[in-house]
Design a binder for this molecule. Structure first.
Ligand code: PXG
Length: 455
């Protein structure tokens, strides 16, 4: 008997409405509209219950880097599930998949990273970060160095610490967040600023907000700064070139830990293994998830630099932290095979030297559309800003929901992109071909036309 019964689209929709509370969803609204039921996927395409083919310009949720339908990943999971479906790494145990993955992660990351801590998701990984950096300073005899500086409009997850690190007010309003000891500075979002400064000046100014915050709090209170190399869920905010070098300089000057959240930017998204490599910064901790398994199974973790690991190991005693699924064998097996696919097929180099530059150049062309005020893309991660007036770059009233309107046209015309307000974002699988890039751009242009006509 099949595990999942055959049902019609409307049967699935009714059952979904009656029993399933979706993440980040207005439940009442969805119950009226009904869900789109996705039933299968292959390569860069997903298929719904009516067998519509849709180009997945979001790699699922920024994660299916190696594309759908990878038999190698299925086989890796199957083989591991047969041999050892589960065992933990508590109580002085380990198993080959988690050990091998640790070795492999060391091999692909910067030389300061010789250790990894595994979690089940990006959120859990960022919770780990909070525990770990606070423990680090405590062990060094600086128990007051507890505050973590993050940024407005950052996304670091949805657990209590993840949502607190995130800089999204609507999330904070639900559940009494942020938790104590987490503060936010401004983001390097030039298009969203008053644009009175050049992007480079603006990059420096927003980076120097970190200095101001450290001085305001007192460096003896500050543990770390955390940031996504390129903000993803916040709207693909690509920082000006001046931003990251200045952040690195400030973290070095004050001796605080630098954390890059690589949940989206890791595993090739920017044409390097990690966003830190792309921006040439040297983090002390890196969070990863999503692309580590191309989303085939859930896995997250934290790369820990020697500076931190040595203290935890040498001075630490027991670190009371970990998850049942830390280093889950099947997830680790899939991650190993996924990393080997990225290596074998040269997919990261392809993002840097082939499909990345190709899509970037085609994406820039969308900037000629009357509705588009700015385009930006690094690696295979991009955004376009919808504007009411192309000359003045005046934006639409938020209530008008122009981004959502455009997004609906897109998905109904066979292309998934996400709307973050009136910013349309894209992050296709790294296997995207030139023809599929052309298809993506043609569909995007057509839907910009449809949006404009509807306005
Ligand atoms: N850090 C970053 C940078 C992320 O993008 C997380 C942490 C949390 O990961 P988990 O695995 O706990 O979800 C994320 C997740 C969106 C969207 O709408 C983005 C994410 C998750 C859900 C929706 O763009 N990113």
């Amino acid at each position: 008997m099949a595990v999942i019964e055959e049902r019609s689209r409307s049967e699935w929709q009714d059952l979904d409405r009656d029993h399933y509370l979706h993440p980040f969803t207005d439940h009442k609204d969805l119950r009226e509209k009904k869900s789109r039921i996705i039933t299968r996927a292959d390569g860069v395409y997903i298929y719904d219950a009516d067998d519509n083919e849709i180009l997945d310009g979001m790699s699922g949720l920024w994660c299916v880097n190696a594309g759908y339908g990878r038999e190698e990943l299925v086989e890796a999971a199957e083989k591991q599930l047969r041999q050892l479906p589960y065992y933990n790494s508590f109580f002085q145990c380990a198993h080959p998949p988690s050990i091998e993955l640790s070795r492999l992660l060391k091999e692909i990351s910067q030389p300061q990273f010789n250790n990894v801590f595994f979690a089940g998701s990006g959120s859990e990984s960022n919770d780990t970060i909070v525990r770990m950096v606070r423990r680090y300073w405590d062990l060094l005899g600086e128990p007051d160095k507890q505050t973590i500086i993050s940024r407005v409009n950052a996304y670091h997850g949805s657990t209590m610490a993840g949502a607190s690190l995130s800089g999204m007010k609507p999330m904070h309003r639900q559940g009494g967040l942020p938790i104590p000891g987490i503060v936010h500075i401004d983001q390097p979002y030039w298009f969203g600023s008053d644009r009175s400064l050049s992007p480079d000046e603006f990059g420096l100014e927003t980076a120097r907000a970190l200095t101001k915050k450290i001085e305001e709090l007192g460096v003896d209170k500050v543990a770390a700064f955390i940031a996504e190399p390129v903000q993803g869920a916040g709207g693909v905010i690509v920082p000006p070139d001046t931003y990251w070098p200045e952040i690195q300089r400030i973290c070095d000057e004050y001796g605080i830990l630098l954390i890059t959240d690589e949940v989206i930017t890791g595993f090739g998204r920017l044409g390097e293994w990690f966003g830190a490599d792309y921006y040439k910064v040297k983090p002390d901790l890196m969070t990863f998830a999503k692309g580590v398994t191309s989303g085939y199974l859930p896995l997250g973790g934290v790369m820990v630099a020697d500076r931190v690991a040595d203290v935890l190991v040498e001075k630490g005693g027991e670190f009371f932290h970990g998850y049942t699924y830390s280093g889950h064998p099947a997830c680790c097996a899939v991650a190993i095979e996924n990393i080997r696919i990225l290596q074998r097929e040269g997919l990261i180099d392809r993002v840097k030297n082939d499909i990345g530059p190709y899509l970037q150049q085609r994406w820039r062309k969308l900037g000629e559309h009357p509705l588009v005020g700015e385009t930006r893309m690094v690696g295979l991660m991009g955004a376009l800003e919808l504007v009411a007036n192309k000359e003045t770059l005046e934006r639409f009233d938020e209530d008008k929901g122009v981004g959502a309107m455009c997004r609906d046209f897109l998905v109904n015309n066979g292309l998934v992109m996400r709307a973050v307000g009136d910013t349309i974002v894209v992050a296709p699988p790294l296997i995207l071909t030139h023809e599929q890039a052309d298809e993506l751009i043609e569909k995007a242009w057509k839907c910009l036309d449809l949006t404009q006509a509807a306005l």
